[in-house]
Design a protein around this ligand. Structure first.
Ligand code: ZN
Length: 537
């Protein structure tokens, strides 16, 4: 066990020392218990209002977010932290009286992020802001110290091949130098119209030249790292700006033996300008990750058994994994805690559902919906009995959109369920029916692909795409708890309504229209098999 990460039981005792949940039993709950005791069935209004009261007065969202994001941290597939999160969720469900287990669906390359320090050591000393990319090879404790080189302007791939030996013994800078670190909205607010236009024109032409030149090398930004590695580079330095102040995308390294790091826009710019102007900068990179062989990877599946129709299912769905540039707070920590909180509330308010309620927290969504695809493939009976699945995975915002995913009669049942949702929550939601079936994007697509009714509870953006999606800034402070609370209430009510519906949902597919891009008639997406052996090629 890595000494920097305490064993799991230490996490549990840490969590147990946190402020215990307040148990407030209001008049309503008492009334509910009384009516259950008398064998009276509660009205929809009573259940809905009890759900809302529990979510509002006894919210566990802040605790869940702290434990998951702050203490467990990022949840990259194949890391010990992902497994810690799986175990944490099972323990949390157990506390709430919900049966849960981790179901293995595949194997992945085991890897663990370590300390990253990147310093400019010559011509002056600056501690730079950056980190190693996911699955980057380690530099060892001593690190790697070397000069840098930028990609050359080349006429064709032959010229590039001729240049390649120049990378030997150097860090190679593989990203374009950004002309500004200010996002466009900031320029729009303060620049003169002329200088904003001038900047955009200059940047557009830089991007065009950069892309053409990358094309000329015969490589892409995806596979150039391996070519540089083969030619003797000591490391890769990139800066993948996400068009927001301080925000960079942090994906995987794309190297086998040499470290690959991402630097903040300006630290990268500083080095780039030094290289271009002959200041000959030297950096030291210490990036101490660990290779952990091949490890099993899991979905965490919780179940509240149905009393009347146990073989029909309502699934609350969210991916549990994340990229690891930050803590995956909005991708998909918020979706995760929404579903867990909805489960907790349902267990308390509606402990004997008509249909079985499953809460699926999927692994490795980020590498291609792998956990949910495996679940669909491995559980044909559950898929057959699926009444509806509700997935949330596009940030912390309140739900503002629900589409029919191409199911011809989704309007009837989803519309009916939404009618039970209080106005202060449903007023934000726009619906569109029948809509088109999702072909990817998140885990509901795994179900839609086999014709099972699954829907995305789609959020307001809160600058998701630029600031938090797969960035170094996806942290606890970006969570908007009132909106997440809103979504937990919505999810719990939709699950309750779907579970209680007198009818099984229709799966009849709408006839898809002509695709304007291809001119051809739309076809329903085909199910795809998961990658069950990841990162090992
Ligand atoms: Zn996501």
């Amino acid at each position: 066990m890595n000494p920097r990460f305490p064993p799991f039981n230490q996490y549990i005792s840490y969590f147990n020392n946190l402020r215990p949940p307040k148990m407030k039993k209001g008049i309503l709950t008492c009334a509910c218990l009384l009516s259950i005791a008398l064998g009276l069935s509660q009205s929809t209004e009573e259940i809905v209002s009890a759900i809302q009261k529990e979510a509002t007065e006894n919210s566990q969202l802040e605790n869940l977010a702290h434990e998951l994001m702050d203490v467990i941290g990022p949840r990259l597939v194949g890391t010990p932290q992902m497994k810690n999160a799986n175990d944490w969720a099972v323990a949390k469900y157990a506390k709430w009286g919900i049966a849960a287990e981790n179901q293995e669906w595949g194997k992945w390359r085991g890897w663990e992020r370590g300390i990253t320090h990147i310093d400019l050591v010559s011509p002056r000393v600056v501690s730079l802001s950056g980190m190693q990319l996911a699955w980057s090879p380690s530099t060892g404790q001593k690190g790697v110290t070397a000069n840098l080189i930028t990609l050359p302007a080349v006429a064709d791939s032959l010229a590039f091949v001729k240049w390649l030996p120049n990378v030997k013994g150097k860090f190679v800078m593989v990203s374009m130098h950004q002309p500004t670190g200010r996002p466009d909205y900031n320029w729009e607010e303060f620049a003169t119209e002329q200088s904003f236009e001038k900047m955009k024109t200059a940047r557009d032409s830089l991007v065009k030249v950069w892309r053409q030149n990358m094309n000329n090398t015969g490589y892409t930004s995806r596979n150039i790292n391996k070519a540089l590695e083969k030619s003797g580079a000591l490391g890769i330095v990139q800066s993948r700006w996400s068009n927001g102040f301080g925000a960079n995308k942090i994906f995987s390294a794309g190297t086998d033996k040499i470290p690959a790091v991402d630097l903040s826009l300006e630290d990268y710019g500083l080095l780039y300008r030094m290289v271009q102007n002959g200041a000959n900068p030297q950096i030291k990179v210490v990036a101490e990750s660990k290779e952990l062989g091949t490890v099993p990877t899991f979905n965490t599946i919780a179940t509240i058994p149905g009393k009347e129709l146990p073989n029909e299912y309502v699934i609350l769905s969210a991916h549990f994994d994340s990229w690891d540039g930050a803590t995956g707070a909005t991708d998909n920590g918020t979706g995760t805690i929404t579903m867990m909180e909805a489960a907790r509330i349902l267990k308390k308010i509606y402990p004997n559902p008509k249909r079985t309620i499953i809460i699926g927290l999927w692994g490795s969504e980020e590498q291609g919906l792998n956990g949910s695809r495996a679940f669909v493939e491995d559980n044909p009976d559950i898929v057959k009995g699926l009444q509806a699945a509700f997935n949330q995975d596009n940030g912390t915002g309140r739900v503002v959109n629900i589409l029919g995913q191409g199911f011809l009669h989704a309007y009837d049942y989803v519309g009916r369920w939404l009618e039970a949702v209080p106005e202060d929550i449903s007023q934000h939601i726009e619906t569109s029916f029948p809509g088109n079936p999702a072909r990817g994007g998140s885990d509901y697509a795994s179900f839609v692909a086999v014709g099972a009714p699954a829907f995305s509870l789609s959020s307001l953006s809160w600058s998701y795409w630029n600031y938090t999606w797969h960035t170094n800034l996806d942290t606890y402070d970006k969570i908007v708890f009132d909106d997440v609370r809103n979504n937990a209430i919505l999810t719990a009510i939709m699950a309750y309504m779907a579970s209680e519906d007198p009818e099984k949902t229709s799966r009849e597919k709408s006839v898809l229209g002509i695709n304007p891009r291809t001119g051809e008639k739309g076809v329903w997406p085909e199910p795809r098999s998961p990658n069950r052996n990841g990162g090992l090629d």
